[in-house]
Design a protein around this ligand. Structure first.
Ligand SMILES: Cc1cc2nc3c(=O)[nH]c(=O)nc-3n(C[C@H](O)[C@H](O)[C@H](O)COP(=O)(O)OP(=O)(O)OC[C@H]3O[C@@H](n4cnc5c(N)ncnc54)[C@H](O)[C@@H]3O)c2cc1C
Length: 393
């Protein structure tokens, strides 16, 4: 049977943003094709990691607290529908902060205002509850008991599976940059794929993660900053269970800029540095960890989780954040091609928001905007600068 090549919407990129966007559009009745050069949540994609935190605290950036709170039940509903509840682990998320740390104070206030469960702990309470962690004498904490971990790569696959079941089409092929063939101020008619198909559609969504700057080099090359990020899984001492999810929540150590997760599915204790690494190319960057990053992770673990000071590293991953100048997402029309949408800039915190991004993009592409999906200038291209000054975490 000849491949179908005309759709209402073509979504390029099957990471978490593209997958949920395609899903949302299909659910609304559109004929949709989802295309990815390497396949959904592949090993080089930002969405291709094993696990991602879903937390509600976002400092004073309340919009992301709201989006996260809307996203969590939608993830859980999806996992229930596809009978894969294990793709969300309700580990709880613990913030550990120095005294007077504004981000944590603002996070707590926003969660209280929005009715999201959050408990505040003194140093004494932290030490009593989590003897595995070496806290400073003046540390305090916030526990989000209902938050936790999404099993990222498999979660995206579940979204795509359901999208296909709903009648969407998913194809593995690379899409050529439309910049060369498109004429300024005219709608885009079609895109061309690496297997030499021409796909026509009324609207095109480019949800290309760290590749956005390669697909639109002039426009987004200077505005998307892919940074190298390294992740380590430490093996637990034999027979030790105090670092599993029954005993330890997912945690963010704000002063140290490290975060991590308990041992989930016996894959090890996850530790990562949230600081931006060097600028990288997502196609070609080395996925082998550097000695410097290993040393930094080991040093952090030895300081804060002393029982793991000599624990072996049992697994590593090297990925990239796809940062905008300040960490706000990019969700906007192309300034010259009105039926092309640019969706990305997850900036190291985007995964959890997949369902909310899909809902927002779907509403705008289909022209069915509601109060909840009203355009927010924070997502506009106009707010994306060419120098980095991170403010959203
Ligand atoms: C180490 C690390 C830890 C993180 N931790 C968290 C966390 O704890 N919580 C959280 O919420 N977020 C976290 N994030 C951020 C989150 O993972 C990303 O923001 C999110 O996955 C971005 O999704 P995306 O769909 O925009 O991009 P991607 O997942 O990278 O997907 C983009 C896709 O586009 C495809 N593509 C690009 N160009 C083309 C083309 N020309 N033709 C066809 N296909 C193309 C690519 O192949 C790719 O699959 C983390 C990210 C990293 C790297």
């Amino acid at each position: 049977m000849a491949a179908r090549n005309h759709f209402d919407v073509a979504v390029v990129g099957a990471g978490v943003f593209g997958a949920w966007t395609a899903h949302e559009l299909r659910r609304a009745g559109a004929e949709v094709i989802l295309l990815d050069a390497y396949g959904p949540a592949h090993a080089r994609a930002s969405s291709g990691g094993e696990s991602r935190i879903i937390r509600m605290g976002y400092g004073a950036d309340e919009i992301y607290t709201q989006w996260s709170a809307r996203a969590l039940p939608r993830w859980q509903q999806l996992f229930a529908r596809v009978q894969r509840p294990e793709l969300f682990h309700k580990t709880g998320v613990l913030w550990i902060a120095p005294p007077g740390y504004q981000y944590a104070i603002d996070s707590l206030a926003a969660m209280q205002k929005l009715g999201i469960a959050a408990e505040k702990f003194s140093t004494t309470e932290l030490r009593h509850r989590y003897p595995q962690i070496a806290f400073e004498d003046d540390a305090w904490g916030i526990l989000e008991p209902a938050s936790g971990v999404l099993m990222a790569r498999r979660a995206v696959q579940a979204v795509v599976d359901e999208f296909v079941k709903l009648g969407g089409e998913c194809r593995q092929t690379a899409v050529q940059s439309p910049a060369a063939s498109a004429s300024a101020n005219k709608p885009l008619d079609s895109i061309t794929t690496s297997d030499r198909h021409t796909i026509t559609a009324r609207q095109f969504v480019f949800a290309c993660g760290a590749w956005l700057g390669k697909v639109f080099p002039e426009l987004l090359g200077p505005r998307i900053f892919p940074s190298r990020q390294e992740i380590f899984f430490f093996g637990l001492p034999a027979g030790v269970t105090q670092f599993d999810e029954a005993h330890l929540p997912t945690w963010l150590y704000l002063a140290d800029e490290f975060y991590g997760m308990p041992d989930i599915e016996h894959r090890g204790f996850k530790v990562a540095n949230d600081r931006h690494g060097s600028r990288v190319d997502p196609d070609t960057q080395s996925r082998i960890p550097t000695p410097e990053a290993i040393e930094a992770a080991r040093g952090f673990v030895a300081r804060r989780f002393r029982a793991l000071a000599d624990a072996p590293i049992v697994e590593t991953r090297v990925c990239q954040y796809e940062n905008t100048s300040n960490g706000d997402f990019l969700i906007d029309r192309h300034p010259e091609i009105e039926n092309v949408w640019l969706v990305g800039g997850g900036s190291g915190h985007g995964f959890k928001h997949g369902p909310s991004v899909g809902e927002y993009v779907g509403a705008h592409v289909l022209g069915r905007v509601t109060a909840e999906t009203a355009a927010d200038p924070r997502f506009s291209l106009a707010t994306k600068a060419e120098t980095q000054q991170r403010s959203v975490h």
